[in-house]
Unconditional design. Sequence first.
Length: 370
Amino acid sequence: MLPKLIIFLTHASLMMSALFIPNYAKTIGATLVEIGLVGTAYGFSLFVSSYVFSRASDIRGRIKFIISGLFLSAISFFLQITATTPILLILVRSMTGLSLGIFSAPLIAFAHDRGAKMGNLSSYGSMGWAMGVLFAGIIAQQGEKYFGNSIASYHVVFAISSILFVLSFFIIFLLSENNFKPLQQPLSSTNLLLKNFRVYFSTFLRQFGAFTIWSIFPLFLEEKGANKFWIGMLYFINTGFQTIIMRFTDPIDEIKLIKIGLLMSFMVFYSYTLVPNFWWIIPLQIFLAFGYSFWQTGDLVYLTKRNKEKAASVGILNSILGFCLGIGPLFGGFISEYYGFHAVMFFGSFLALCGFLVMTAWPQHPKPHK
């Protein structure tokens, strides 16, 4: 139960901070392109960190990397308060990406070693996201009224996100590493990449498109009439439904889950262009919760079932997410700057559709690892 609690707390923390980063960046004077660069710095540092430390944890054990990552996350997330210029925000967000990459994949592998089901485990992450965005929206909205400005309310959100990492840091000392079996791996990940190519490539396409959208999504919601509370609530509706849906996904074939999730993601991303105001986004967020839950659980089950290098295979997945986090906001910033928000939605929906086609083009998949 304690690994699930850590996943809940850390996901709540990272989502609390991530929700208003575009708005915070805009408040301190960042352009749309600079907002994209903030996401790029975060994503590329997560990309490198996830790749390096996930492989190391398959060889040297999980706990030491989880402890180090949680400690550094508590510091780096607090330092977001000091980011008073776009350049400083870029530097600090790169630190948060680095610290998250140290522990994310080892934590999932650690929970899997202890018998956790991936759908149930992922639901705790979504529950954390749901609570994080809900409280971030409330705190930011009420804090603005109390302090009289947006920056102070964002600082409160950053401070609370740091405290949640501190709690996680102390909880991990209550756990021991009992079922770990070290693996001797080559430095190259070529075999893992080729073996799981369809999942990795479809993930790249889906998340590349998604992160172009998420980099400007809070600003898009503002344009559609949502205040800070409703921005948080719309994220909460999505992640809250994920919490419920993921608990029922484990018995379903993981390949079907991935395909359905990709197709539903395409439909939602395209539908964002059709809404006249933010109220219409509410049912779309519920629909997206099904798509994300199916796709996310399917990916994790696929990789942990078919690879003995569990942390490394999930770490590559996280690295791909980090890479998409790096290039997605950059594209989102440039596209929205010159062509508007709807162009970003069209771009994201097209890539999600391409991801679905990748998963359906080759029917043969590696057999589960025994």
